[in-house]
Structures are given as C-alpha cells and as structure tokens.
Design a protein around this ligand. Structure first.
Ligand SMILES: Nc1ncnc2c1ncn2[C@@H]1O[C@H](COP(=O)(O)OP(=O)(O)OP(=O)(O)O)[C@@H](O)[C@H]1O
Ligand SMILES: [Mg+2]
Length: 412
C-alpha cells in the first residue's frame, strides 16, 4: 500500500483526501489546525502549518524514517507549492522542483520568467515607492492593477482608475506582502478564464477550462472580486485551444515537466495573456468538483498519480461529456448577520451540488475586499451552461443572508 502525504486538511481538500483513500492509498494529512476537516478521513494526522516549510519538511522526514515510507506528496486546494516541493526534495519524491515552486510563489519572478520565455503577459513593473508608482501612472495611464508580489486570495489587489488615492493604494498592496514588495501591471480587458492543465512530459492536456465572472467590478472597485464562474466556456474552440496551449507553455516555462498547472488567463484583443500560473491543483472546488462535474475528468486522481510517480495517460484527461456547471458567491450587505433564510429550500434540489454559507448568525461582516471574505457559495449543474448559471443565480437571489448595520462604536 503506497503512502501519500497531503499538505493541508482544509475543507476544500476533503474530496481529494477521499479520492486518495478510494485509490487504496495510506493517507497522511498535515495541517496546523487540530480540528482540520481533512483529518477525519486521513489515516495519520500531523500537526504542522502548511505554510511552515521547515516544520513540514522536518515532520515528513521524521515520519518517513521512523513510521512509514512516504511515496508521494502533494497539496489539495492550498497554495503551498514551496512546502510540497521542499518535502519532495528532502525525501527524493516526484514533484516540481524548489526552483519552480519559488517562481510560483513570486508573481514578479514568474512574470520575468514568462517574458524571457516569450509567454505573453500584461506589461508589469516592480514599484518600490509611491513616487515610483506615480511615475508609472504618469507614463502608462489608467487602468492599472497594483498587487503584492507574494500574496493570495486577491488580498491587496487593486484596480487603479482615475481618482484613486495612489498613496493609499500603494500602502494597501504593501501591507499584504509578507516580504514588503509590490508590483503594478497593465489591466487586461477581456474574458477572464481559469484553466487547469496536466503536463506529462512532452504531452499536456487542459481538462479544466472555465469562464470567470466579474459582474461586480464597479460595485467592489477598487477591489477586483470574482463573483463566480461557469463551464463550458463561451469561447470558440479556436480561442479555447489557443488559451490551453498558452497555459501549457507557461507551465513548462516555469519548469513544470510533470504536474498540474492552474492558469489565470485573459483573452485580450491581442490574444491570450497570462496573469499567473499556480503549480498545483486549484482551490475553490474547481479541481475537486467543478471540473469533474463538467467533464467527467478525474483531475485529482491524475494529480495523485503524478505525485506518486505513476503514469497518467492523455486519454484519461479527455472530457467524457460536457455538462453545465456554475458557481456563484454570496455578497450580503456589511453588518451583523441576523438571519440566513431559505437555505433549506434547496436541501433536496438535485441540481444543487454544494450550497455553503461561511457565515453564521451574529457574525459581523465588513465590506468585501478580497476573495477570502465572500460569505458563501452555490455550485449548480445543468444540461447547458445557461441552465446551470440561471439555477445558481436563482439560489443566490433566494437565499438571504440578512444583516443589520453595526453601530459606529462597534469594531468590524
Ligand atoms: N493585470 C490584470 N488584468 C486584469 N485582471 C487582473 C490583473 N491582475 C489580476 N487581475 C484579477 O485579479 C485577480 C486576483 O489577482 P491575482 O491572481 O494576481 O492575485 P491572487 O492573490 O493570486 O488572487 P487569487 O488567489 O484569487 O488568484 C485575478 O485572478 C484576476 O481576475
Ligand atoms: Mg491568482
């Protein structure tokens, strides 16, 4: 029986942990939280922060030497490529190199690599000071995007439009960078797409391909908040192929030779461009739920096999069918949650795949400024994309997360 170490036992990792168990593996899960939901299905549990590279490496080495031989390591729905690559490196396991993981953890280094490899990206530049930012704005004009070089979940990401307070924007982005580094980019206009590719040496497949929804750009400005997504894409087969090829080339440019790559792509008037590529399975229930629902492809199973050094064939990554799948998030008004109404109406609805509220009565919600603050979501299926979308919209319009304003003296 092979042993797989999964870094992170978060709720979104649970389907992947279960998939590994179904594949007959002995599963070890590491997470800082003793109550991590993923611990329940694990054979062994190790307390170690997913972000703490030395702690996880040390724990894995100790486990490998004294308890059981580990055959593979991966993460599921956690953005910790450096932790995974470092464990793989220390134990001599298959996986991406530490160098690739470092590129995946640094948006500036990644884009510099892309430019060197001829991968189209938005114009970008590091910005060291507010004065520098003002010079960039004077030279390039609006709209631009400012972001921390090394954060996640859209924390600190802002669209810069006329009238924005540049000093505030720079400080905001800086405040979300653990290493105090900020970059600015050209804002790319066009359909935003999520891709998920599997690179297997010379071949590659992109079974994950979903359109991202940004209907609320104005409502949340200057924050850039995605309010959902859907499959299959509205794009033509030609555009889809071009974006898929670019996602695969970008993954290779980062040094991913065998592994999964999650792309954030935009189809601009000049063709597809890359916002970033993550060297791991996606979160947000995309790899674990939305892609399998839409295509029948067992992406997580393929990623598990790659982590174990086993063969994956392109055939198993080809869509088996096409079904409509949509996700939409809840965005209640800021304030104290007094009631969550109508969730139960969808308890037995067959086309509701998952319906989750992250908030409870009594929680105090601030304004949404990044993706981690969304209040919940629904994933729906349908025969077509439009059917899945209208069902998801029906759910977000029916479920009411009611809030009352919080008095000025109460902290949010
Ligand atoms: N240059 C850009 N042009 C257009 N949209 C952008 C640009 N940069 C970022 N965005 C949008 O903002 C989102 C968040 O930015 P980015 O991916 O850089 O940050 P993140 O912290 O990695 O967020 P996430 O974890 O949600 O991917 C992107 O997925 C994209 O939709
Ligand atoms: Mg991103």
């Amino acid at each position: 029986m092979k042993t797989l170490w999964i870094v992170s036992g978060g709720v979104e990792a649970v389907p992947g942990i279960r998939r590994a168990k179904e594949m007959g593996l002995y599963v070890v899960v590491s997470d800082m939280d003793p109550d991590a939901p993923g611990f329940e299905d694990a054979d062994d549990r190790v307390i170690a922060s997913t972000y703490d590279v030395p702690a996880t490496v040390e724990a894995a080495l100790r486990y490998h030497r004294t308890i059981r031989r580990i055959d593979g390591v991966m993460c599921i729905a956690a953005d910790v490529p450096l932790t995974v690559a470092s464990v793989a490196d220390a134990l001599g396991l298959p996986g991406i190199s530490v160098e690739t993981a470092l590129l995946a953890s640094d948006k500036l280094a990644m884009k510099e690599r892309f430019v060197r490899c001829g991968i189209p990206v938005p114009w970008f530049s590091p910005v060291d000071t507010v004065e520098h930012l003002k010079e960039v704005v004077a030279q390039r004009g609006f709209p631009l995007v400012i972001k921390p070089v090394d954060s996640r979940g859209a924390r600190g990401v802002l669209r810069l439009d006329p009238g924005i307070d540049l000093e505030w924007a720079w400080c905001h982005a800086l405040g979300h960078s653990p290493t105090g580094r900020v970059m600015v980019e050209e804002y790319l206009d066009g359909q935003q797409v999520s891709t998920e590719s599997v690179i297997i040496g010379e071949t590659a497949c992109t079974p994950g391909f979903g359109d991202r929804n940004y209907e609320y750009l104005d409502r949340f400005a200057p924050y850039i908040i995605e309010n959902g997504g859907q499959q299959p894409t509205v794009l033509s087969g030609e555009d889809k192929d071009a974006i898929s090829r670019l996602a695969e080339d970008a993954a290779r440019a980062m040094g991913i030779e065998r592994g999964v790559a999650k792309g954030d792509m935009v189809l601009t008037e000049e063709g597809p461009k890359v916002i970033e590529v993550a060297a791991r399975l996606s979160g947000g229930w995309f790899s674990t739920d939305q892609i399998p629902l839409a295509t029948g492809v067992d992406l997580v199973g393929a990623a598990i096999k790659l982590a174990l050094g086993e063969d994956v064939t392109p055939q198993e990554l080809l869509p088996r069918y096409t079904r409509g799948v949509a996700i939409r998030y809840f965005f209640p008004e800021p304030g104290r949650v007094v009631e969550i109404k109508n969730m139960e109406r969808f308890a037995d609805t067959p086309w509701v795949h998952r319906l989750v509220s992250f908030v409870r009565r009594g929680d105090v919600l601030g304004a949404v400024t990044n993706h981690t603050q969304r209040a919940g979501f629904v994933i729906t299926v349908g025969d077509t994309r439009d059917e899945a979308v209208s069902r998801a919209v029906e759910v977000v319009d029916t479920v009411r997360i009611e809030t009352v304003p919080v008095g000025g003296t109460e902290p949010i």
